[in-house]
Design a protein around this ligand. Structure first.
Ligand SMILES: Nc1ncnc2c1ncn2[C@@H]1O[C@H](COP(=O)(O)OP(=O)(O)OP(=O)(O)O)[C@@H](O)[C@H]1O
Ligand SMILES: [Mg+2]
Length: 497
């Protein structure tokens, strides 16, 4: 390694009773692409916040460009060239691209007047650095997630970044967008900028990084050159467990359908959809963006109505006009964006779990039974292995994977017949992913019918017994998962051999 841009040594950090970091170390060389990996809740984001001066470490040192800091302020971190691209990108949605890029610079310059010509110049230079053809006068709220991310990267470059830290930058991106992000990361590297890339996806780590560091439970477990890693080692380092995922056995599938859909059509979204969903079955639905799969399950859950066709539940024609109708038929839906759709972030972890089962947890007079509620919350925390020391804390204090489990717990607390999950393990680390898959299999074997919408082809092949592929609003193929491999599934989904 030439010089190192960042050296973290023996950093510890606790939040109340939770020891988020128990003495971690990390070294990133100049111009190096380094991957920081680890399961949900292992302390990755906490370390990033320490390196950017947002949190103060309890003990340990941070060295930036050879200079040691035991206390690092946000301003010092920025002047040492540390820039963080957070998951929300910290952009102003109602300002234009130009304003977002240059407003801080303009404010920092302490000049009396805002100079639009100078702002435009600054912004133009910023986007030119990564060859991004953005419309400077477009409002940021009209941009795609990938474009917002590029704006955040451009803005980082304006501060003479020497290391750009990206906290799980690929979570909300399509495969194509991930590819173009990787091209940008290589461009940054060519300009001598180091990138610390947080991910728990093995294929990404392999593709982009030269060196890696893995944390588990707030401690270092491994670090080295990425080319020395393989699938098995990675999974083991991440979790401390060895995995062998078995395909879902359809032994317990009932021949009687829980749900039958016939000739369902909705405007331009999807047309003439028919399929059965059997008791104890895990049915996968996949398809590219615009295939209509998301709109289809939204209809089943009463979010948007179909124009024609029928849905039968337990042999009876169902009228699903509203979400309430779907819920009373025993249909549950876990959306893909758990943060905005699935959780009440300021509410406690426990409250988020039981919110939909409150009638069941009340006594005859309608009073909530605190003892029953506590008992139920505790049993879900154990069953789903949710990592928290106190379920009275706000749900937003949980790591991403653990938040996902809370959403699941909420549905499971109801008496469900059909559970629909859209991207059940997006942004979830491999250990939690394995747990969630195991849990779904377990639920299915007890008779629950499950629909999984996913882009993750290995996930579909491992979890489902049947997979429906949609394209342009129609079903193009129905596959038996055990008889299908990833290449075939990919070919049918994309239509490209
Ligand atoms: N502000 C906070 N208050 C209390 N606990 C916190 C706070 N921030 C983080 N934690 C806890 O510290 C631990 C590490 O969390 P952190 O967000 O760093 O994990 P992570 O590795 O980024 O996880 P993920 O992959 O899910 O994003 C978790 O147990 C988390 O609940
Ligand atoms: Mg994190």
């Amino acid at each position: 390694m030439s010089g190192s841009i960042l050296r973290v040594e023996n950093v510890k950090k606790s939040f109340g009773g939770v020891e988020a970091l128990k003495g971690v170390s990390l070294e990133v060389g100049e111009g190096e692409i380094h991957c920081l990996a680890g399961e949900n809740g292992c302390g990755k984001s906490t370390l990033i916040k320490i390196v950017s001066g947002f949190y103060e470490a309890d003990t340990g040192t941070i060295e930036l460009n050879g200079q040691r800091f035991s206390r690092l302020s946000p301003t010092e971190a920025i002047s040492q060239g540390v820039q963080v691209i957070y998951q929300d990108f910290s952009l102003f949605p109602n300002l234009t691209v130009m304003e977002n890029l240059s407003i801080n610079m303009e404010l920092m310059s302490k000049r009396k007047w805002v100079n639009y010509a100078r702002m435009r110049r600054t912004a133009t230079e910023a986007i030119a650095k990564i060859g991004f053809a953005a419309d400077l006068d477009e409002r940021v709220e009209n941009l795609s997630v990938a474009e917002k991310q590029l704006i955040a990267i451009c803005r980082a470059l304006l501060y003479n970044a020497r290391i750009i830290i990206m906290d799980e930058p690929t979570t909300a991106l399509t495969k194509k967008e991930v590819r173009s992000l990787f091209i940008i990361i290589k461009k940054l590297q060519a300009q001598g900028i180091a990138v610390l890339f947080v991910s728990h996806k093995l294929d990404e780590v392999f593709e982009i990084s030269e060196r890696f560091t893995i944390f588990r439970n707030g401690m270092n477990v491994a670090a080295g050159n990425t080319d020395e890693l393989d699938n098995k080692k990675f999974a083991y380092y991440m979790t401390g467990r060895n995995f062998s995922e078995e395909a879902y056995s359809s032994a317990s599938i009932s021949p009687i359908p829980t749900m039958s859909i016939r000739g369902l059509s909705s405007r331009s979204f999807y047309h003439d959809i028919s399929f059965d969903l059997f008791g104890g079955e895990i049915l996968g639905i996949t398809g590219l963006l615009g295939s209509g799969r998301a709109e289809l399950v939204q209809t089943i859950f009463g979010i948007n109505a179909a124009d024609s066709g029928t849905i039968e539940v337990n042999g009876k024609k169902a009228r699903i006009r509203k979400v309430k109708d779907a819920i009373s038929l025993g249909i549950g839906y876990v959306p893909s964006d758990r943060i905005t759709e699935g959780l009440f972030l300021p509410q406690s972890i426990g409250r988020n779990m039981v919110v939909s089962g409150l009638t069941r947890l009340s006594n005859a007079a309608g009073f909530l039974r605190k003892d029953k509620i506590d008992e139920e919350i505790k049993s879900w925390i154990t069953e789903l292995a949710i990592v928290t020391d106190d379920y009275e804390k706000e749900v937003k204090t949980l790591s991403g994977g653990n938040q996902q489990k809370v959403v699941l717990a909420r549905w499971l607390a109801n008496d469900l017949k059909v559970l629909i999950l859209n991207g059940p393990t997006v942004g979830v680390d491999i250990g939690s992913k394995y747990d969630i898959h195991g849990l779904l299999r377990d639920l299915a074997s007890k008779g629950l019918s499950i629909i999984i919408i996913s882009d993750d082809l290995p996930e579909l092949l491992e979890c489902c017994n049947r997979i429906i592929v949609m394209r342009d609003g129609g079903i193009v193929k129905e596959l038996n998962a055990p008889e299908t491999n990833e290449a075939q599934l990919s070919e049918i989904t994309t239509g490209i051999a």
